[in-house]
Design a protein around this ligand. Structure first.
Ligand code: PEP
Ligand code: MN
Length: 636
């Protein structure tokens, strides 16, 4: 049952409820949600719910209708985020687990770890105890393999997972890995589930070959009832009469399971299909259907693999898949989980000023919950601190004087165009460099007070652009409501909250709803879903190396001026052409204090090795001035 506690409950009342239910044989789990705190009470005994309802501090009691209790969405409405080392699985992230089917040697796992990490995988997999169909097949290296897996994980900064097949191996494995994997064949090995659950460690639970979704969730319930709440479900294909693929990927299981449980669900396209060429298309399909991640088998020499070679991707195929996933994740409004590279910068230059911040703070313009904050979360994760600033200038200032290590600055929106003010600020602040780039899809939501409904809404507040981008929705679904301009989207949510009026709503992003603990009444209400904003990550130039991603730097932003004569701009652009540099953006801006003179902003790909440096030297010789604003990794 779910015991919903009153908001003003005292600790004493809480203890009394807990004691009574425990005495009656229930196990209690406290779940603190954004709107309410509940006790999940699970166990065999029968108790008259009215008896619990009468206790002081209890708001209501709801029976859980599903046979799985701790795993059910009824008990916990918010998504569970599973933490594996420094990596998070669940929520708006897509976490990619990759590695060989089995650890075969130290060199093999080291080489594969290096390539999957470089491509963007966040958890390293590798079997050490292999449950093989034939007793004559390779059974895994056992503890020796676990040692190599751990070493590779540590060398490349990745948490690890490996399959456990025997309850007696649990303590040994717990010393080597960060997440247990329960294989399809063992999904209903209840003694194994209990032994693993008791560790409290994260577990990846594969769906059994012939298991229904309910049986799969009951297996998760075993893990949770034994003591862990860190369970990731993994759809890996089920047995059907179809033999064209090794198994049949039950893709609709992803949205079905998400409705039934708060636990994250990922997909394994490798075991589902058994065929290398099917792995990438099914990976994309899984992410498109809402999976919180993938587990993909990758091998440096699949043709020589001791197990599952035919379904293992070559490293180059995996790298291509990661690029496709990067593009797709933005379309579905999520982001690929990355291993944070939050290392404090060392003083790069003699004259450098060390930042005052002793941990990661990122400045942005706007109120808490603004789209810029969403971009910060995507780039730096949930742990970093954000510093909201009133103006773009103030966000730059915070970076300049060391209150923030980085700033997240919008430069361009696919519908609204370039944010010119920020180009000017970049030009003006010589000590600031562009060190990264982040794109987010702008998904507008109708946000109201918890409990209010779309039909109730009479006034809708948002930034004029937010309103303009939702005109179709406002004219149809919300024709009964009046649109009212507000100075920013997140601020509008704060305003509606403060008003306490259930007939008011705001249009803003999901982060604003979260920050203000408000309810999303309708999501994705923008008229044009191809609405993206691109941000620059800025920092003082001496801190620039710290934020660079492991992916190669492939783009430069620069600003130059040319003399006032025919063809001067053309000649400058010709330099880029001559060196094979693909120009991605060109803007002109008036130069302050010099009427009718202009600076030109260019973004260019870096081309072949050394090409940009040579082109830059040439630009210096023909332009009046030229300056690189920054070089960084672009995924666009
Ligand atoms: C594996 O991940 O290598 C494996 C054996 O998977 P499954 O349990 O899904 O067959
Ligand atoms: Mn395998």
């Amino acid at each position: 049952m779910i015991v919903v506690l009153q908001k003003q409950i005292t600790d004493k009342q809480k203890d009394a409820i807990r004691t009574l239910l425990t005495e009656r044989g229930y196990t209690i789990k406290e779940i603190v949600g954004s709107e309410e705190t509940v006790f999940g009470a699970v166990g065999r005994p029968a108790i008259d719910l009215r008896e619990v309802e009468m206790l002081d501090g209890v708001a209501s009691v709801i029976p859980i209708s599903k046979p799985f209790k701790l795993a059910s969405r009824e008990l916990k409405k918010e998504d569970t985020i599973v933490t594996v080392g420094r990596v998070k699985i669940g929520g708006g992230r897509i976490a990619i687990i990759a590695g060989p089917c089995a650890v075969e040697s130290r060199d093999q796992i080291m080489e594969i770890a290096a390539s999957v990490r470089e491509a963007g995988a966040v958890v390293l997999r590798g079997g050490a105890f292999k449950p093989r169909t034939s007793p004559y097949s390779f059974q895994g290296l056992g503890e020796e393999g676990l040692g190599y897996l751990k070493e590779a994980g540590e060398a490349y900064g990745m948490p690890t997972t490996s399959e456990v097949v025997n309850p007696s191996d649990v303590p040994l494995m717990a010393r080597y890995i960060d997440m247990f994997q329960i294989g399809a064949r063992n999904m209903q090995n209840f003694e194994l589930l209990k032994a693993v659950g008791k560790t409290g460690m994260p577990v990846l639970l594969k769906r059994g070959l012939c298991a229904t979704i309910e049986e799969w969730l009951m297996a998760a319930e075993y893990l949770m009832a034994s003591g862990t709440d860190q369970v990731v479900l993994c759809e890996r294909g089920i047995r059907t009469y179809e033999r064209a693929t090794r198994n049949t990927l039950d893709i609709s299981a992803i949205p079905v399971v998400q409705k039934m449980t708060h636990l994250p669900v990922i997909g394994d396209p490798s075991h589902a299909t058994g065929l290398r060429e099917m792995v990438s298309p099914m990976s994309l399909a899984l992410v498109a259907s809402g999976a919180s991640g993938l587990m993909v088998e990758v091998h440096n020499h699949p043709e020589k693999a001791l197990s599952d070679g035919p379904q293992s991707l070559y490293p180059a195929q995996f790298e291509k898949l990661m690029r496709d996933l990067q593009a797709l994740s933005q379309v579905v409004g999520r982001s690929l989980e990355r291993i944070p590279r939050i290392t404090m910068p060392t003083k790069g230059r003699e004259e450098g000023v060390a930042p005052a911040a002793d941990h990661l703070i990122v400045s942005f313009q706007g109120e808490r919950g603004a789209y810029s904050e969403l971009a910060i979360r995507r780039a730096f994760g949930e742990e970093c601190e954000v510093l909201p600033c009133k103006t773009f200038q103030a966000a730059f200032d915070a970076v300049l004087d060391g209150r923030a290590l980085y700033g997240m600055i919008p430069v361009e929106n696919t519908l609204g165009g370039t944010i010119l003010e920020n180009l000017d600020l970049l030009d003006r602040h010589r000590a600031i460099e562009v060190v990264g780039e982040q794109q987010i899809r702008i998904i507008h939501n109708l946000i109201g007070l918890p409990g209010s409904t779309v039909e109730q809404i009479r006034e809708v507040y948002s930034h004029p652009q937010g309103l303009a981008q939702c005109t179709e929705y406002l004219a149809s679904t919300l024709s009964h409501a009046q649109p009212i301009s507000f100075f920013d989207t997140a601020g509008a949510v704060g305003f509606v909250k403060e008003s306490g009026d259930p007939t008011k709503a705001a249009i803003a992003g999901v982060t604003a709803a979260k920050v203000y603990q408000m309810e999303i009444l309708d999501e994705g209400i923008e008229s044009n879903p191809r609405n993206y904003t691109r941000f620059y990550v800025i920092s003082r130039e001496e801190n620039a190396p710290a934020v660079r991603s492991s992916a190669p730097v492939n783009r430069a932003s620069l600003v130059f001026t040319v003399s006032d004569r025919p063809g001067s701009l053309f000649e400058a652009l010709l330099v880029l052409t001559k060196h094979g540099l693909n120009m991605k953006k060109l803007e002109s801006r008036p130069i302050a204090g010099k009427p009718w003179e202009y600076s030109f902003f260019v973004e260019t790909e870096l081309g072949d090795e050394g090409a940009f440096e040579v082109a830059f030297d040439e630009l210096e010789s023909i332009c009046k001035s030229v300056r690189v604003l920054g070089t960084y990794t672009s995924t666009l």
